[in-house]
Design a protein around this ligand. Structure first.
Ligand code: ZN
Length: 154
């Protein structure tokens, strides 16, 4: 478990320092900005969607390593998913970040599509950091629902 945890931490650090899919997307169909006032994380999510399939997902932002790593991992996970699949993935990720540990073991073994996103599971032990990890996801969900309200974790 310790080795696994170290591997998870390395992946978060890697994605925090060298985020994938970072930058504006000129052809974006959905653009949304989110803010986590607790930590000061800001993220802007860009999505290109064709026939209900996410063709491209990028983000821009500034914040702590966890918020950037989570947005990077989210972008990787979203590309190629239908909007419905992406909404299910959001639910699974949200559960992973908010559930107690015993329940989490079960959900990890279930047929979840979380893949690499499980590297963020350790963050659920730190309630302050959970908002850093879920910011990009809340911003994404708000974007595809054409929600006019600004996204804030508070
Ligand atoms: Zn943060």
């Amino acid at each position: 478990m310790t080795a696994l945890r170290e591997l998870y931490q390395q992946l978060i650090i890697d994605h925090g320092r060298n985020p994938r899919h970072f930058g504006e997307l000129a052809a974006a169909d959905y653009v949304k900005e989110g803010y986590n006032p607790l930590c000061g994380d800001k993220v802007k999510v860009y999505l290109q969607v064709n026939h209900n399939v996410i063709q491209q997902a990028t983000f821009k932002g500034a914040g702590c390593a966890i918020s950037i790593a989570s947005a990077s991992l989210m972008s990787e996970a979203l590309i190629g998913k239908t909007l419905d699949e992406a909404k299910i993935l959001f639910q699974q990720f949200h559960n992973l970040m908010t559930k107690a540990h015993s329940e989490k073991e079960d959900s990890n073994n279930a047929n979840s599509d979380l893949g690499k996103l499980v590297v963020l599971s350790g963050v659920s032990e730190f309630p302050m950091r959970v908002k850093c990890a879920t910011l990009a996801w809340h911003t994404f969900i708000s974007a595809i629902h054409h929600d006019q309200k600004p996204v804030s974790t508070e």
